[in-house]
Write a protein that binds this ligand. Structure first.
Ligand SMILES: Nc1ncnc2c1ncn2[C@@H]1O[C@H](COP(=O)(O)OP(=O)(O)OP(=O)(O)O)[C@@H](O)[C@H]1O
Length: 385
């Protein structure tokens, strides 16, 4: 039986509120409710000093929703904005502790929309997510080349590989050492003028990882807040494919300036891309645009361009969704071999046609970022299950 928001709200009509409202359902402290299958996630806004006292309210809300027919998993978090300059709240499990972790229901808590200044990471002007609805469409390749193209345009750039399920950035940049730790902060590695951090630097290569939702949140938060990124114009985040916990975590934890969606021309990937767009829209992250990757075939010998089945689909879809179309990248052996060899094409051959295509996409994204496209607030989660 499909769970609806009305079902959840009816259950919360009998749950206590933190602020004197007749019920949690009627309280402004209640965040938007996220429902995915039988999983229900929401948060209750509070102040850090009241977090402990409100634990019974959180538990009562969880129990009320758990009793709704069809609900299989509930995650309710208390959230608060941390005053500038104060210490961060304690973290849950660290990514290192995730090695060999047990399977468990996962979840990420949505947060109320509240305005706050900056990107949420000190010194970082814009954080953008590069995402795709499904795996293998070239999201990591696009993120890496986009970051390099920003750099080529004189920007100070970081690249954060948040793909907890299959980090590609270590291979893309031929980086395999562990980051140095200075005090409580990790130093990002550097390559081709980019500051780089990957979940792949923190876990053993080839280790089978089972990530629980809170671990994903913890790992991503650490990579954002416990890495000395320094002053950056833009931090490009290579997201895990799909529309799961990590995406929600990023969208809720950090003030994302926007998301770039990567798709291949085929209809199936486009349907996935549509889901990706919808997910970011649901959490109020502006879509900066869609990139069509492996758009057409470029012959390595004669440069002849052959159209592929479905070519142009992303442009048409972007128009239908009233989303900017950022550009197309061909299916090219050079793009693949340079990436596999640890120096993506924009680093290896900056003057090539393909690098220019990435440059045009970077310029379009930067244009959107600096033309006043709205960003999102950065809430702090105080307590999580
Ligand atoms: N435009 C392209 N032309 C040729 N090969 C490409 C292109 N884009 C990506 N590839 C290749 O496709 C494979 C998958 O790319 P990539 O890892 O970037 O995808 P992804 O969407 O990030 O995948 P995952 O979901 O597994 O992280 C890689 O071998 C990469 O080199």
């Amino acid at each position: 039986m499909a769970v609806t928001e009305d079902d959840v709200r009816r259950a919360l009509d009998a749950a206590p509120a933190p602020d004197g409202a007749p019920s949690l359902a009627q309280s402004p402290a209640l965040s938007p409710i996220s429902i995915s299958g039988g999983r229900v996630i929401f948060s209750i806004q509070t102040t850090p000093d009241r977090a402990a006292a409100l634990e019974p309210v959180r538990k009562a809300a969880e129990a009320a929703v758990r009793a709704v027919p069809g609900v299989t998993d509930v995650l309710v978090a208390l959230t608060a904005d941390r005053p500038a300059g104060s210490a961060p709240p304690p973290r849950p499990a660290s990514p290192m502790a995730a090695r060999g972790g047990r399977d468990a229901p996962s979840g990420a808590a949505p947060a109320p929309r509240q305005a706050s200044g900056g990107a949420g990471v000190p010194g970082v002007r814009h954080i953008i997510a590069v995402a795709s609805g499904k795996g293998g469409v070239g999201k990591s390749t696009t993120a890496a080349n986009l970051a390099l193209a920003f750099r080529a345009q004189g920007l100070r750039v970081g690249l954060m590989d948040a793909d907890v399920y299959g980090p590609s950035v270590p291979t893309l940049f031929g980086l395999h050492e562990k980051p140095e730790v200075e005090g409580k902060m990790m130093k990002p590695l550097e390559a081709h003028g980019l500051k780089i951090m990957s979940i792949g630097f923190l876990v053993e290569a080839g280790t089978a990882m089972i990530w629980r939702g809170p671990m994903v949140m913890s790992a991503l938060t650490q990579m954002l807040t416990e890495v000395s990124w320094g002053e950056l114009d833009v931090l490009v985040v290579d997201m895990p494919p799909g529309t799961g916990d990590a995406q929600l975590t990023m969208a809720q934890r950090v003030k994302l300036s926007g998301a770039v969606i990567v798709s291949t021309p085929q209809d199936l990937a486009l349907a996935d891309a549509r889901r990706g767009v919808a997910m970011f829209e649901r959490v109020d992250v502006p879509i900066l645009g869609i990139v069509e990757n492996m758009s057409y075939y470029c012959c390595p010998n004669c440069g002849h361009r052959a159209e592929l089945f479905g070519h142009g689909g992303a442009r048409a879809e972007a128009e239908r969704m009233k989303t900017p179309f950022l550009g197309e990248i061909p299916l090219s052996l050079e793009i693949r071999t340079t990436s596999d060899a640890g120096a993506p094409i924009v680093a290896k051959d900056p003057g090539s046609e393909h690098s220019k295509a990435y440059g045009r996409i970077a310029a379009a994204v930067w244009n959107r970022l600096t033309s006043g496209a709205p960003g999102r607030a950065a809430p702090r989660i105080v307590i999580e299950r």
